[in-house]
Design a protein around this ligand. Structure first.
Ligand SMILES: NC(=O)c1ccc[n+]([C@@H]2O[C@H](COP(=O)([O-])OP(=O)(O)OC[C@H]3O[C@@H](n4cnc5c(N)ncnc54)[C@H](O)[C@@H]3O)[C@@H](O)[C@H]2O)c1
Length: 335
């Protein structure tokens, strides 16, 4: 299988491989001739995301929790690449699973690192722009330490990722692990869930249903969106590099949430109005990556224009039956 791969890896482990980004990574690796083990506990991923991969040679789905101490035994490898992407990533998910989110950043990251060290594999942690918190520096470069409220509601996610980054750095320093960190900014595209609470699927599904688009606060807060194909390309470039430094991967198109809602209304041809609702606590006001490092180190920059990315994402949701709205009792924090 490795004959025409542009990468030198033979077999990769993708934790969280049944999720949004993980499933695209599994697919891209397989397309590149790399065999893939996809490990997931389906806490917030879906088997349908990987259904088209199930019968492909070299693909294996392993159901399990990466926090499980016996995780390594269930994933014998050997791997030459470990992409650690398992983690609840949307606010609705990590607020519903606060303790599990902290566990997967700590225990899960440690187990995934152990597997990489066992096999001498390159390891890559999926970190996040949330390590910068509500940033006081704009745009955010990798040298910025961030502005995170350690006891705010978002801290379970932000601090889980910050701890995971510290763990990766300590393993690289003490064991010589070939480990990197990619700090991902907001990514969107097909295979997101309709009700995961992130702005793009929320707005698209509301517009398609003819419902008001619920913009939080006054809608002036910004995000810089990146289409999934560009993010996956950036992740694999960081993985293929020898970089031990964190690398930002994210879009250059900084947009207010109110403008994003207007773009979605225009592209869907919807007649939905925009409704302003309460803004979540500690919601970052501005967000844009400084991607100088990715450009200079990896030759990476986003290629997909926002109209094209949004059209593909709208087409994905338009072709699916509407997903049921979760009941309030299903959204309550789990112990
Ligand atoms: N999508 C983004 O915009 C974005 C931005 C920054 C960082 N990230 C990071 O990228 C990764 C993937 O994000 P995503 O958007 O694809 O989220 P996602 O929720 O779609 O995927 C996460 C996957 O991890 C799995 N998972 C969670 N806990 C697990 C555990 N203990 N054991 C095994 N599997 C587990 C889930 O079932 C799910 O399939 C996450 O680590 C996230 O923090 C994503």
């Amino acid at each position: 299988m490795t004959g025409d791969t542009p990468f030198s890896w033979r077999r990769a482990l993708v934790t969280g491989g049944a999720g949004f980004l993980g499933s695209h990574l599994c697919e891209q690796l397989l397309d590149s001739g790399v065999e893939v083990d996809c490990a997931d506990n389906l806490a917030c991923g879906r088997r349908e995301n990987i259904a088209q991969l199930q019968d492909r040679p070299g693909f294996r789905y392993v159901h399990g929790d990466v926090c499980d101490p016996e995780c390594a035994e269930r994933l014998p490898g050997p791997y030459d690449l470990v992409l650690h992407f398992a983690c609840p990533a949307s606010p609705t998910d990590y607020l519903r699973m606060p303790l599990q989110t902290l566990d997967v950043g700590s225990l899960g990251t440690r187990n995934a690192l152990t597997i990489a060290e066992r096999d001498g594999a390159r390891f890559l942690l999926a970190s996040t722009s949330e390590v910068y918190g509500d940033p006081l520096v704009h745009p955010q470069h990798e040298g910025y330490w961030g502005n995170v409220n350690p006891v705010g509601p978002r801290s379970v996610y932000d601090e889980s990722k910050r701890f995971a980054e510290a763990l990766v750095t300590a393993h690289a320093g003490t064991h010589g692990t070939d480990a990197g960190i990619v700090r991902l900014f907001n990514t969107y595209g097909p295979r997101m869930r309709a009700h995961d609470g992130r702005a793009v699927p929320t707005f698209i599904c509301q517009a398609l249903a003819g419902e008001p688009l619920t913009v939080t606060g006054d809608g002036s807060q910004t995000r810089s969106l990146c289409f999934v194909d560009d993010t996956v390309d950036g992740i694999l470039r960081v993985a293929a590099s020898k970089s031990v430094r964190p690398v930002n991967i994210g879009g250059s198109d900084e947009i207010t949430m109110a403008d994003l809602a207007r773009r979605v209304v225009a592209l869907t041809g919807s007649r939905s109005p925009i409704a302003f609702v309460d803004r979540p606590v500690d919601d970052p006001g501005r967000r844009r990556p400084d991607t100088t490092l990715a450009r200079e180190l990896l030759g990476w920059s986003p290629q997909v224009p926002w109209e094209e990315g949004l059209k593909q994402t709208i087409a994905y949701f338009a072709a699916r039956p509407p997903e049921p709205v979760p009941r309030p009792e299903d959204m309550a924090p789990q112990s």
